[in-house]
Ligand binder design. Structure first.
Ligand code: ZN
Length: 188
């Protein structure tokens, strides 16, 4: 296996990770401690009609990593209502904070407290580890797929054959309508 730390930053390290990985140690050596990686790739686990296009920006801020991305991709989804396939354009624009913490630190009380304080900021990465850009972007794109999939907001669902409208009112032949009215008057 190739040593990922020997590969250039943000360059493909394997077919599984076409965007490559960014070792924290190397990110710290860059004067601005930040890196922008252009993206124009198909991701291994995400089926898209077009390559994912955009950019990922990684900024080492001492105790945490700020990762932001702008990316677009077209995916084929199945409509929840009519089950037809349709194409959906994902327009991703996100920023995520990853705490730089060793996994063994996670059990101590300090961490638990912080997790409660910051609520959603629970993502973390080892200060001596690497960020797998492909995996990270894949997760972000998955989160960007709408939970309710509709081919159109006015989708009527599965088309059914025309049937006579069902109403709760009794069907009265118009020729007997007058009689029915008379009966109603007599009984009241
Ligand atoms: Zn539909």
């Amino acid at each position: 296996m190739k040593d990922p730390s020997k590969s250039p930053l943000g360059k493909p390290t394997s077919a599984k990770s076409p965007l490559g990985t960014v070792p924290m140690s190397q990110l710290l050596q860059i004067p601005e401690k930040q890196l922008t990686v252009e993206v124009k790739d198909y991701l291994p686990d995400l089926e898209t009609l077009t390559p994912v296009q955009g950019a990922i920006k990684i900024h080492h801020k001492g105790t945490f990593l700020e990762v932001s991305a702008q990316a677009t991709a077209i995916v084929t989804l199945v409509c929840d209502r009519c089950l037809a396939q349709y194409n959906h354009r994902i327009a991703l624009e996100t920023t995520e904070i990853l705490w730089l913490e060793e996994p063994e630190d996670l059990d101590n009380a300090d961490w638990v407290e912080r997790e409660i304080e910051t609520e959603d900021l629970i993502e973390r990465i080892s200060p001596t580890g690497s960020l797998d850009l492909t995996q990270w972007l894949y997760e972000q794109l998955c989160l960007a797929i709408p939970p309710q999939k509709l081919c159109d907001t006015s989708c009527d669902g599965i088309a059914v054959a025309d049937e006579p409208e069902v109403t709760n009112e009794p069907v009265v032949d118009h020729r007997w309508a007058a009689l029915a009215q008379l009966k109603q008057q007599m009984s009241s």
